[in-house]
Design a protein around this ligand. Structure first.
Ligand SMILES: Cc1cc2nc3c(=O)[nH]c(=O)nc-3n(C[C@H](O)[C@H](O)[C@H](O)COP(=O)(O)O)c2cc1C
Length: 186
């Protein structure tokens, strides 16, 4: 699909269909207003008991970004492309929230991780609306991320999201399971 005019209003389904993980970035300044807007959509995300366990570290400083790329990725998946992103946002989970420590033990459902996923995807979809490319990176060394961004031990890094201007036509659409395989109607 052609990259649509980011300022043009478009139906949500089109935005979702157009988003793909971006692993090819071109240089260009990232306006702070764009990052602010992305972070605002994450801030407004729903969360279990409204506990908002998400924490974000926005890494724009080049030396710090390079440290993340050089040191914080696990081996096995080539991810040097991340060095070309203008920003890398670390997603961290605040571990001290009492309800989030107790409730998952009772139900077996990992609420804080769900909360982080929702907030992160809000951010990603807002970036898409602004014409930016993003990619979730979960193949990380959490302790190394924590050290590089300077978070205390009470914040557990759960992923990174690269942000930058996508190279035109670098998008690759990956297939999805058909609804018959994922959904039952009762
Ligand atoms: C939680 C999570 C972790 C991911 N980790 C990585 C990663 O470490 N490296 C990478 O290149 N892509 C990563 N991805 C991107 C997925 O590979 C991608 O979303 C999936 O293949 C579907 O492709 P699409 O995003 O282009 O639609 C991750 C995505 C999610 C949601």
């Amino acid at each position: 699909m052609k990259n649509p005019n980011p300022l043009e209003e478009r139906p949500f389904i089109d935005l979702v269909k157009h988003r793909t993980s971006c692993r090819s970035y071109q240089p260009g300044p990232l306006p702070k207003a764009h990052l602010d807007r992305m972070l605002e959509t994450a801030r407004l995300a729903p969360s279990a008991c409204n506990r908002q366990p998400w924490r974000f570290a926005v890494v724009q400083d080049e030396a710090t970004r390079m440290r993340l790329v050089d040191e914080a990725f696990l081996s096995g998946i080539p991810m040097r492309w991340a060095a070309d992103a203008e920003a890398i946002i670390a997603l961290g989970m605040e571990k001290s929230i009492v309800t989030h420590r107790i409730a998952p033990k009772i139900s077996g459902v990992d609420y804080p991780l769900i909360d982080l996923g929702i907030a992160g995807e809000h951010l990603v979809l807002q970036a898409e609306e602004l014409g930016l490319g993003t990619c979730w990176i979960g193949w990380i060394k959490p302790k190394v991320v924590r050290r590089i961004v300077g978070w205390p031990r009470g914040i557990e890094p759960i992923g990174l999201i690269t942000v930058g201007w996508p190279v035109a036509d670098a998008r690759k659409t990956r297939p999805r399971l058909p609804p018959e395989e994922t959904t039952i109607w009762l």
